[in-house]
Design a protein around this ligand. Sequence first.
Ligand SMILES: CC(C)(COP(=O)(O)OP(=O)(O)OC[C@H]1O[C@@H](n2cnc3c(N)ncnc32)[C@H](O)[C@@H]1OP(=O)(O)O)[C@@H](O)C(=O)NCCC(=O)NCCS
Length: 156
Amino acid sequence: MTLKNGRAITVRCKTPDDGEALGEMLASCSERTYYFFHPYPLTRESGLKVAADDSIVCFIAFAEDGTAVGYVWIGREGEMPTLGICVRDSWQEVGVGRALMERMIAEAKNLGKKGIQLTVMKDNARGIALYQSVGFVIDGDAPDPVGPSYHMTLGL
Ligand SMILES: CC(C)(COP(=O)(O)OP(=O)(O)OC[C@H]1O[C@@H](n2cnc3c(N)ncnc32)[C@H](O)[C@@H]1OP(=O)(O)O)[C@@H](O)C(=O)NCCC(=O)NCCS
């Protein structure tokens, strides 16, 4: 698909071989992104672990040169899995997050999930706007030692 900045991405399911690409993306993320994305470590090791993790369903967005520019995942088990998402700093706000969310929601429906849940910091206006635009609702506060956060759910 083509993004708002005119560049193209491909979104596909992760494979065990995607660890280095994911790790490189995570290691490149800014402090600001880490603040919103915590508690997941932004390291190569974390990328390798995600790629090898069979307990999650995960999609990765790749640029044309093979660089990983974002990823999204949910837990494979349970009726209402938790979602996590991160987009590479230089690719934020051009539609990568929306593309990943739409793909993951479609997959969660295919898998027969009853819904998806997530936690987002209250000052993450971009994240909250994206989640609400695809149907998530705020259903309360979430405990988070880093700062005030919402719990959001999407019924499927
Ligand atoms: C949050 C995140 C996943 C969103 O992905 P993204 O690719 O940057 O977002 P998109 O470009 O797909 O879409 C964001 C939407 O929010 C809107 N938006 C952007 N900035 C906004 C702001 N400050 N306030 C309100 N809405 C905003 C955009 O207009 C867009 O809507 P549109 O498609 O109708 O124009 C990404 O920015 C990210 O990884 N951030 C850092 C880590 C993080 O926050 N992870 C999630 C933790 S819960």
